[in-house]
Design a binder for this molecule. Structure first.
Ligand code: MOS
Length: 737
C-alpha cells in the first residue's frame, strides 16, 4: 500500500511513544561487539572459497598508459588472473561516478585503478601487484585550487540546490551598510576515513551477480553496477547488512565492487577486494577543498541587511561543487542576499559527498564570519544570532515559512547549559597555568531532506513482526529505530520485531545519506505496518476502519484476537511505501542547533586541546535519544577533526594527496574529547513526515568546528581563517611569554 505524505500529519499511532522516542539500546549491538555481524569482506560463509584481489593504482595523476605488461605478475605464485582495462571488456562510467573505476588507457587521477591482481591469498596478490609493469605517458595536470580559481565557472547544481541564488540588491545594500565584513576562508580536502574500508565480495551464478559490498544506497548502486558492467539491473543482487561507517564515501559503488565482479567472472569463483587504507584517499572520493568569500552588512544593532556567500571548489571535468553556501540561503535574515558556487576543473581524485556535504564546510566559514561581525559590533555572538533569526525562507519571503524552527531556543538553552554568560568576551584574558583558555560558539544548521521509502511487513503465527527493506545501517542505528517504529505501530514489544536490511531483494528504501535515512525509512516502515494492520484486521474479520492494535492484539469493540492468530499459519505479508508530496516546497525544512566549545591553547607550543563541547539541537521528534545522541557526539567529534586536524595535503607537483593513512591524516580520538554535552530541544515537525521527525545524523558536525575556531580566537586573540588550525599556523602569532 502506498501512502503519500502531502498534508501535515495529524495525531497518529507514533504519538503514543510507547517505544519510539525511548533510548533503546542498538539491537545490532551484541552482534557487533561479539564479532558476529559479518561485514562485506567477511561474508565467507555466504561466498566460500573466495580468491583475493589487490588493486594496482595509477602511479601518475594525469596522462595515459602506453603499455601494461602483466606477464610477470601472472607467473607469480598463487596468481589466478590479472584484470586490466585492456582485458576487462567494455565498461561504462555510471552517472554517480565521475572517473572510471577501472582506467582504460586514459588516467584521470592518481591511484585510479589500472589493474586487479587476483591470487589464492592476499599476500600473493599484493606481492604480484608489484610485478605489473606499466609504461606511463604523463601529462600536465591541474592540482592547485587557488591557482585554478580564476578559471572557475558557475557550478552545476549541487546536492542540496541550485548553483546560485539571490534576492533583493546585495551590492547596493552592502555598500551602504553601517558595519561590514568581507573575508575569505579556506577549508582543505578531506577524507572520509571510515573504519571499514571499501570492500566487496562478488560471486556469479551463470549471468547472475551477487555482490556483498559496503554500501549506503542499495538500489542506486544496483543500477550503477548494472550500468558499469552493461548488464540488466535484475541480474545484480547487492547485499550490505552491516557497514562500518560510510560518511558519504559509500553512497555509490567504488572500484572494489567493479573489480571484484570482473575478476569473479573471469576466474569463475568468488573474489574479494578491499581498498587498502593507503589507497583510499586517492583511489576513492574525498570532500573537495573550498575557498569561501563572505560579505555581511549590518546596521548598528547587528541586524543583517546584506549577506553574500560565494564558494570555489574544484573537481574532475564533469564533476560537481562542494555546495558550501547552502546554509547561507536559509539561516539568517537579510533582505539583500546572494549565494554562488563556482567550480574549477582539477585533475585531483574525484570530489564527492562527505559528512554533511555543503553545510559542514560552509558553516566552518560562515560562523567565523558571524563571530567577527559580533566583535565589530561589540555584541555577544549568541545575541547577534538571535537578532538575525528569521521564521521564513529569507530568499522567498514569508510565503514560505519554516515547517518548524527552534533555532533561538537552541541558542538560549545551549548558552545556559554551557554557562556562556561567564565568558570573558575580550580575547586572551583567561589562563590556566600554561594554557590560554577561550570559549566560542557557532550555529548549527542542516537541511531536512525526505526521500520516498518502502518496506515489507510480515506477521507470522507467533505474532512476530518482520520488517524487510533495503535500508542500510551504516553504524547509525537504522535497525533499532525501524524496530521501534514497527513495535509502535503494531503495538508489540520490541523483542517481537525482526529487522532485515541491506538487500536488493527487499523493497527500495531511502537509503542512508543526507541525514534523511532515519526519518524517511521509518516513514516507509510506518506505511508498511499500517498496511499490515489493515490486512490483519481484515483477516480477523473486523471492520478495518475501527480496528485497534493494543498489547499484541487486534481489537474491535469488545472482541480481540492475537496478532499471531489473525496472521494464521500462512502469515500475512504486505508491502508499503511512503511517498512525499510538496511540503518541502511549501515549507522550508531544516534542523537547527547551537554549538559551544571551550579550548585550551598551549602558550608555548600552540597545541589546542578541547576542554568542553556542548550543543543544543532541534530536529523534530527524536526517535531514539540514545542513538541520536551517539550520532551527534560522533559528528561533533568530526567537527573537532575539521577544526584542528583533518587535511589531505595536496602534492601540487604530482597531483596526489600525500596524507593517506591514519598516521598522517589525523582524526580525533577519545583522548581528544574529554566532555561532550548534547541536548535535544522538544520538537515535533508535523510537516516533515508522519514520524514528525527530521534528520539529525549530520546536524552535529555542522558548525561544530567553527565553535572551536572561535574559541581559539577568544583564547589567544589570533583569528585564523584557514582550516585546519594546526600549531604551525598559531605558533608565530602567540602572545610573547
Ligand atoms: Mo552523506 S555525506 O549524504 O552519506
Amino acid at each position: 500500500m502506498n501512502m503519500k505524505f502531502d498534508t501535515p500529519a495529524g495525531d497518529n499511532v507514533i504519538d503514543r511513544q510507547h517505544v519510539v522516542g525511548h533510548p533503546v539500546d542498538r539491537i545490532d549491538g551484541p552482534l557487533k561487539v561479539c564479532g558476529l555481524a559479518p561485514y562485506a569482506y567477511e561474508q565467507n560463509e555466504a561466498a566460500p572459497n573466495a580468491a583475493y584481489g589487490w588493486i594496482v593504482g595509477s602511479a601518475i595523476a594525469t596522462g595515459r598508459i602506453r603499455s601494461i605488461d602483466t606477464r610477470d605478475a601472472e607467473a607469480a605464485a598463487g596468481v589466478l588472473a590479472v584484470v586490466t582495462g585492456a582485458n576487462a571488456g567494455p565498461l561504462k562510467t555510471s552517472g554517480s561516478n565521475t572517473a572510471a573505476l577501472l582506467a582504460s588507457s586514459k588516467i584521470e587521477h592518481y591511484d585510479q585503478a589500472v589493474a586487479l591482481v587476483v591470487a589464492e591469498t592476499l599476500e600473493q596478490a599484493r606481492d604480484a601487484a608489484r610485478l605489473v609493469h606499466i609504461d606511463y605517458a604523463p601529462a600536465r595536470g591541474r592540482y592547485d585550487l587557488a591557482a585554478e580559481r580564476e578559471h572557475a565557472r558557475a557550478a552545476p547544481r549541487g546536492f542540496g540546490g541550485p548553483s546560485a541564488t539571490s534576492a533583493g540588491d546585495f551590492d547596493t545594500a552592502f555598500a551602504t551598510a553601517a558595519v561590514k565584513l568581507d573575508e575569505v576562508y579556506t577549508t582543505p580536502d578531506q577524507s572520509h576515513m571510515m573504519m571499514e574500508p571499501h570492500a566487496s565480495i562478488a560471486a556469479w551464478e551463470g549471468d547472475q551477480l551477487t555482490l556483498w559490498t559496503a554500501n549506503q544506497m542499495i538500489a542506486g548502486s544496483v543500477k550503477d553496477m548494472a550500468t558499469t558492467l552493461g548488464i540488466p539491473a535484475e541480474k545484480v543482487r547487492l547485499i550490505s547488512p552491516y557497514i562500518g561507517g560510510g560518511f558519504g564515501a559509500k553512497l555509490w559503488i567504488r572500484a572494489d565492487a567493479v573489480l571484484a565482479a570482473l575478476a569473479a567472472r573471469k576466474i569463475g569463483r568468488p573474489v574479494k577486494v578491499a581498498i587498502a587504507r593507503p589507497q583510499i584517499a586517492n583511489n576513492t572520493v574525498h570532500r573537495p577543498a573550498t575557498i569561501q568569500r563572505i560579505r555581511i552588512g549590518a546596521d548598528k544593532n547587528g541586524v543583517i541587511d546584506a549577506i553574500a556567500h560565494e564558494s570555489w571548489s574544484g573537481d574532475l571535468p564533469g564533476g560537481g561543487p562542494e555546495s558550501a553556501a547552502q546554509q547561507t540561503r536559509l539561516l539568517y535574515r537579510g533582505e539583500n542576499r546572494m549565494t554562488a558556487h563556482y567550480l574549477a576543473e582539477l585533475d585531483l581524485p574525484e570530489g564527492n559527498a562527505m559528512r554533511a556535504p555543503g553545510e559542514a564546510v560552509g558553516l566552518l566559514a560562515l560562523e567565523i564570519a558571524m563571530d567577527e561581525l559580533a566583535e565589530k559590533l561589540s555584541l555577544d555572538p549568541v545575541e547577534l544570532r538571535i537578532r538575525n533569526d528569521v521564521q521564513y525562507d529569507p530568499e522567498k519571503g514569508p510565503s514560505r515559512p519554516f515547517s518548524s524552527r527552534k533555532f533561538v531556543e537552541c541558542l538560549r538553552v545551549g548558552a545556559e547549559r554551557f554557562h556562556w554568560s561567564r565568558r570573558n568576551p575580550k580575547p586572551g584574558q583567561v589562563r590556566d597555568g600554561r594554557w590560554l583558555i577561550g570559549t566560542g560558539m557557532a550555529s548549527a544548521f542542516r537541511n531536512n531532506l525526505v526521500q520516498a521509502s518502502a518496506a515489507r511487513a510480515i506477521a507470522d503465527a507467533d505474532g512476530v513482526i518482520t520488517i524487510e527493506t533495503d535500508m542500510t545501517d551504516i553504524g547509525t542505528g537504522s535497525y533499532t529505530v525501524i524496530a521501534q517504529t514497527a513495535a509502535e505501530v503494531m503495538s508489540v514489544p520490541l523483542d517481537k520485531v525482526r529487522v532485515r536490511l541491506g538487500d536488493s531483494l527487499y523493497p527500495v528504501s531511502a537509503g542512508s545519506g543526507g541525514q534523511w535515512g532515519a526519518n524517511s525509512s521509518t516513514s516507509g516502515v510506518y506505511a508498511a505496518c499500517m498496511a499490515l494492520r489493515s490486512a490483519l484486521a481484515q483477516k480477523a474479520g473486523f471492520n478495518t476502519a475501527d480496528a485497534e492494535f493494543a498489547d499484541g492484539y487486534v481489537v474491535s469493540g469488545n472482541r480481540r484476537v492475537r496478532i499471531g492468530e489473525a496472521a494464521g499459519a500462512d502469515g500475512v505479508t504486505v508491502d508499503g511505501k511512503m511517498d512525499f508530496g510538496d511540503l518541502t516546497k511549501k515549507y522550508a525544512q531544516a534542523t537547527f542547533g547551537a554549538h559551544f566549545c571551550e579550548v585550551g591553547v598551549d602558550a608555548m607550543t600552540g597545541e589546542v586541546r578541547i576542554r568542553r563541547q556542548s550543543g543544543a539541537f532541534a530536529a523534530g521528534r527524536i526517535l531514539n535519544p540514545k542513538s541520536a545522541r551517539s550520532q551527534v557526539i560522533g559528528a561533533m567529534t568530526m567537527g573537532v577533526g575539521a577544526a584542528l586536524m583533518e587535511e589531505l595535503i595536496v602534492d601540487k607537483r604530482f597531483g596526489y594527496f600525500a596524507t593517506r593513512d591514519l598516521a598522517e591524516y589525523h582524526v580525533p580520538v577519545h583522548a581528544d574529547i574529554p566532555d561532550q554535552d548534547v541536548f535535544f530541544v522538544d520538537e515535533l515537525d508535523d510537516k516533515s513526515s508522519p514520524m514528525k521527525a527530521k534528520g539529525v545524523g549530520e546536524l552535529g558536525i555542522c558548525g561544530a568546528g567553527a565553535a572551536v575556531a572561535n574559541a581559539i580566537y577568544n583564547a589567544t586573540g589570533i583569528r585564523l581563517r584557514d582550516y585546519p588550525m594546526t600549531v604551525d599556523k598559531l605558533i608565530d602569532k602567540l602572545p610573547r611569554v
